[in-house]
Ligand binder design. Structure first.
Ligand code: CAA
Ligand code: FAD
Length: 379
């Protein structure tokens, strides 16, 4: 077993940290308040190779491993979880799925531009009546010969307005249940596609979450990903990797909160000494650091297994389950360490605490992760 990062890993980590400090930190409070999507910052992240990190260089990607991705996601998420969810969706739900299951034409047409961040993508599985119970898709993709006729509504879609292409999961053959579902690439300007209302959220307020409406959208057959009926398995396989991204986002929210709490505890004085000299605060820091280390090891283990082309679905669910709980625990304690100052915006920890909650909800709630884990255990 080797716990050392390579020179290349350390360089990626340092580049992400530097970018987050210099480019994301300055406007992050304002973007959160104004619910402003980080358009310029995402463009720069694309230029630096953060939007298609694991994509093969022949499709303009970074050709990096999943461990590098975890390290970069952690650093970006320490500062701006709204930027990092956009990065996670583009890398692991859109680029990865297209590269693994897409046709050569789809890769040429879409992946090459997605991997550079020239355009960004969205992944559309959830519906008003189908969130955790994802096989109950009501959006229909009727087979019309050389195209699918797409009708329905998707909810809560990250990058909902900023994306140019959308991977939409829809039901073609209801009698075949989840084996009748397809994954289709929908372009933003296809007729009958409307971006609905933007959600006003507790956290990740810079991320644009929208509902999407499809009315008689004609999607050419060549835009289907994989064989007829592969859409649900496509979504599940893709989400296994996506969950490593969100676990790393949660890890970053936790470690960002911890770093702020550690620094503040050495500066703030109470009862004649720095609060870090009080054992109650020391114990909080010890608990935070221990949980963060455990979460990081779970993220890296899932990433390592994925890079080794071994099964990693259980491990990515474990990483997400544990890291998202850690993000909640640690960010709440970081606010506590800051006292009243933690409750106001300029100290950042209140935002991190609000951002933490979503990591227990999207890409499968914590309850769903436990279902995924226990089904594997009981196989
Ligand atoms: N990996 C691979 N395949 C999986 C899988 C996994 N983790 N989980 C399920 N499957 C496969 C099963 O093997 C089965 O396929 P086969 O018939 O070919 O074997 C198929 O999926 C159906 O599985 P089940 O019979 O177990 O279906 P179910 O209805 O009982 O439960 C579920 C499935 C695991 C609960 C699933 O519905 C699920 O993961 N729900 C959560 C949905 C989710 O994560 N949504 C995220 C939306 S994207 C998002 O949120 C992005 C964002 O915020 C940024
Ligand atoms: P429900 O499924 O209704 O769950 C409600 C509660 O019941 C939860 O606590 C859940 O854990 C519990 N529950 C449900 N079933 C079970 C069970 N069998 N056993 C035990 N407990 C259960 N989706 C996308 O497709 N693409 C996106 O880009 C995307 N981005 C999102 C961004 C944000 C900000 C948000 C809030 C959501 C996003 N989602 C996205 C949707 C997200 O994946 C779903 O909200 C999530 O999967 C839960 O579905 P639901 O909201 O319908 O909750």
């Amino acid at each position: 077993m080797n716990f050392e990062l390579t020179e290349e890993h350390l360089a990626v980590q340092a580049a992400a940290r530097e970018f987050a400090q210099s480019e994301l930190l300055p406007g992050v409070i304002d973007r959160d308040e104004q619910q402003k999507f980080p358009t310029e910052q995402i463009k720069k992240m694309g230029e630096l190779g953060f939007m298609g990190m694991m994509v093969d260089p022949k499709y303009n990607g970074g050709g990096m491993d999943t461990i590098s991705y975890v390290l970069a996601m952690e650093e970006i998420s320490k500062i701006d979880a709204s930027a990092s969810v956009c990065m996670s969706v583009n890398n692991s739900l859109v680029c990865w799925g297209l590269e693994k299951y897409g046709t050569e034409e789809q890769k040429e047409k879409y992946l090459k531009r997605l991997a550079t961040g020239e355009i960004i993508g969205a992944f559309c599985l959830s519906e008003p009546e189908a969130g955790s119970d994802a096989t109950s898709q009501r959006t229909t993709a009727e087979d019309k010969g050389d195209y699918y006729l797409l009708n329905g509504t998707k909810n809560w879609i990250t990058n909902g307005k900023s994306a140019s292409i959308y991977i939409v999961i829809a039901q073609t053959n209801p009698e075949k249940k989840h084996k009748g579902i397809n994954a289709l690439i929908v372009e933003r300007d296809m007729e009958g596609f409307v971006v609905g209302k933007k959600e006003d959220k507790l956290g990740i307020r810079g991320s644009d979450t929208h509902s999407l409406m499809f009315t008689d959208v004609k999607v050419p057959k060549e835009n289907r990903i994989g064989e007829d009926g592969f859409g649900f398995n496509f979504a599940m396989n893709t989400l296994n990797g996506g969950r490593i991204g969100i676990a790393s986002q949660a890890l970053g929210i936790a470690s960002g909160s911890y770093e702020l709490a550690l620094k503040y505890s050495k500066e703030r004085k109470a009862f004649g000494k720095e609060i870090s000299k009080h054992q109650a605060i020391q114990f909080k820091l010890a608990d935070m650091a221990t949980k963060i280390d455990a979460a990081r090891l779970l993220c890296l283990k899932a990433a390592y297994l994925k890079d080794q082309k071994r099964d990693f679905g259980k491990e990515s669910a474990m990483a997400k389950l544990f890291a998202s709980k850690t993000a909640m625990d640690v960010s709440i304690e970081a606010v506590q360490v800051h006292g009243g100052y933690g409750y106001v915006k300029e100290y950042h920890v209140e935002r991190l605490m609000r951002d933490a909650k979503i990591t227990q909800i999207y890409e499968g709630t914590s309850e769903i992760q436990k279902i995924v884990i226990s089904r594997e255990l009981l196989k």
